[in-house]
Design a binder for this molecule. Structure first.
Ligand code: MN
Ligand code: MN
Length: 297
């Protein structure tokens, strides 16, 4: 990896860290989810970076992929276990990071610590040539030793320029035959712990989308939305709320539906723990070098 690229990854990491810390401090009973997202994504943009994907705020048994809808009225409630997951990019070089906050109580501290500790142990193993099987094993062992289950069908992932998932998966359990990390690769590691069954399934559709094909639509707004998204987000995920100011709520909603039907867009599902268990998550982005750099630390 050349110096300029590394510098971009490091800068994205610093910005993502700043945004996530600010967001975590705002997770208080009565505060609107949408306000926390606006603030965090505002910090990313004001710092000169791009929003790599819509900030996810996933509560209790929701493990991932909830992002506020336009004019979302939801507020944080006491006792909720809140996963905050956000991404910043500098010229396509992405930092992806997440943390878990409990709203006003400490009932789930051991589970919050389990995913955090699993992440720490996993990062210690990262070096050029490490088998992802070993990383998965240490994540699984750490979470099980703490008395919880890792989520088997959520994974970390390598990243490339403008690409959130570049091909290699970091499982949260041991999985033989999995890939090897190479020098210069960038990887997001994200252990999830739960007191449920240890796997997630699709719940309802989220407000998060991504371009997956050219699509053929007649609707003018739909074509304008595709152009806008391609220019600003390329194939990175985006949210409906990011478009409503420009295109209006009704037009945006109809256009996105058409674009999904015509296979131009993929609409992500909200992921829920299968046994309705509480879920915690911790995530950092690491540049794999002889001295690995945790960009989001
Ligand atoms: Mn993430
Ligand atoms: Mn990730």
């Amino acid at each position: 990896m050349d110096e300029t690229t590394l510098e971009r990854y490091v800068r994205a990491g610093v910005i993502a860290r700043k945004a996530l810390d600010a967001a975590a401090g705002r997770v208080v009973e009565g505060v609107k989810l949408a306000d926390v997202v606006a603030e965090a994504e505002g910090i990313i943009k004001d710092s000169g970076a791009g929003v790599a994907f819509p900030m996810n705020i996933s509560i209790d048994a929701i493990a991932a992929h909830y992002t506020p809808i336009p004019d979302d009225p939801k507020v944080f409630e006491r006792g909720q276990v809140v996963k905050l997951d956000l991404g910043a990019h500098v010229d396509g070089c992405i930092a992806d990071t997440a943390t878990t906050v409990e709203v006003g109580t400490n009932d789930n501290t051991p589970m919050v610590n389990a995913s955090r500790e699993a992440l720490r142990a996993a990062i210690e193993l990262v070096q050029p040539g490490v088998r992802l099987e070993h990383v998965g094993k240490v994540i699984e062992d750490t979470i099980r030793d703490a008395g919880f289950s890792p989520i088997i069908n959520l994974t970390g992932h390598t990243m490339r320029s403008w690409e959130l998932h570049a091909g290699k998966s970091v499982y949260n359990v041991r999985r033989s035959g999995s890939a090897v990390l190479e020098k210069g690769e960038v990887v997001a590691i994200e252990p999830f712990a739960t007191n449920g069954e240890g796997r997630v399934g699709d719940s309802s559709l989220s407000d998060i989308y991504r371009i997956v094909g050219p699509g053929k639509v007649r609707m003018r707004t739909a074509r304008q939305i595709l152009d806008t998204v391609l220019k600003e987000y390329r194939t990175l995920p985006f949210a409906r709320r990011m478009l409503v100011k420009r295109f209006g709520l009704a037009q945006t909603t109809i256009a996105l539906k058409q674009l999904v039907v015509s296979r131009a867009l993929h609409n992500y599902s909200i992921l829920k723990e299968h046994g309705n268990g509480i879920v915690t998550q911790a995530e950092h982005t690491v540049v794999v070098l002889d001295d690995p750099i945790v960009t989001t630390a």
